[in-house]
Design a protein around this ligand. Structure first.
Ligand SMILES: [Zn+2]
Length: 253
């Protein structure tokens, strides 16, 4: 039996066999792991906060034949804002679903843990949590190699000019010299501001990723881009945010 001490984010937490909890933990070194949190009376109070959904905690785990169990844990950051704000909670739930999908199929990846750390923090404090969640998932796609080609023409690599035409089927910008007859139907026009923002999200160091100003129109354009890129590349529908969109009038009232 090995004893491991690691930081981890609680990505999912659910009851297990009446008295216990199963946790999906995102760790820097082990990637996404499942750990049993036993509900002994002595441990209950110690680990309740540390095993709360979306908390960042330090865990002492025991490992036997690939099965992890929580021996002790303490909270580093509990991200209280998620529990007072439905929009924020929906945003972090969306991002967490995408990060979990990626982490489950990927090798353990320190970059992914770091990106999640910056993203979850920003979602907890930003004025625009849903937008931040969408930008975080776009950057996640870049980290795993599903990068939109935004620098120059995806076919001939020459410089692109306004209006910027993006082809989702080809995964990049197209210059004005390309033959558009076959692709025109599916070209998306990106505004210069939206393109600049998308380039920033694709390339900025994590530390500066969410340090930018964007107008409401630019945020909306970049959001549509990020959602479509995510769903087409992951070949999956992510529905959590649709609920917010459908109910936006209700929320504003
Ligand atoms: Zn070209």
């Amino acid at each position: 039996m090995n004893v491991i001490t690691t930081k981890a984010f609680v990505m999912k937490s659910f009851p297990w066999k009446e008295r216990h909890k199963l946790l999906h933990l995102l760790t820097p070194e082990l990637g996404l792991i499942t750990a049993l949190a036993p509900a002994s009376e002595r441990m209950k109070s110690d680990i309740r906060g540390a095993t709360q959904l979306f908390s960042l905690s330090e865990f002492v785990l025991t490992e036997k034949q690939g099965r992890y169990s929580v021996r002790s844990a303490f909270v580093i950051e509990s991200f209280v804002p998620f529990y007072n704000d439905f929009e924020r909670l929906t945003a972090v739930s969306h991002a967490s679903e995408v990060f979990t999908d990626v982490a489950r199929h990927d090798e353990p990846n320190r970059t992914l843990f770091d990106l999640w750390a910056y993203s979850v923090y920003e979602i907890s404090v930003s004025e625009y949590p849903v937008f931040i969640a969408r930008m975080a998932t776009l950057r996640l796609m870049v980290e795993i190699g599903l990068t939109p080609y935004l620098d120059s023409c995806v076919r001939c690599h020459s410089h692109v000019n306004v209006p910027y035409r993006f082809s989702f089927s080809e995964g990049g910008l197209l210059c004005e010299r390309e033959e558009f007859r076959q692709t025109q139907a599916e070209l998306t026009i990106l505004s210069p501001d939206a393109l600049a923002l998308l380039r920033h999200i694709a390339t900025a160091p994590h530390k500066k990723l969410f340090r930018f100003y964007a107008s409401s129109n630019t945020r909306s354009e970049a959001s549509d881009f990020a959602d479509r890129w995510l769903e087409e590349r992951m070949e999956k529908r992510y529905n959590r945010l649709a609920f917010l969109d459908e109910n936006s009038t209700f929320l504003i009232d």
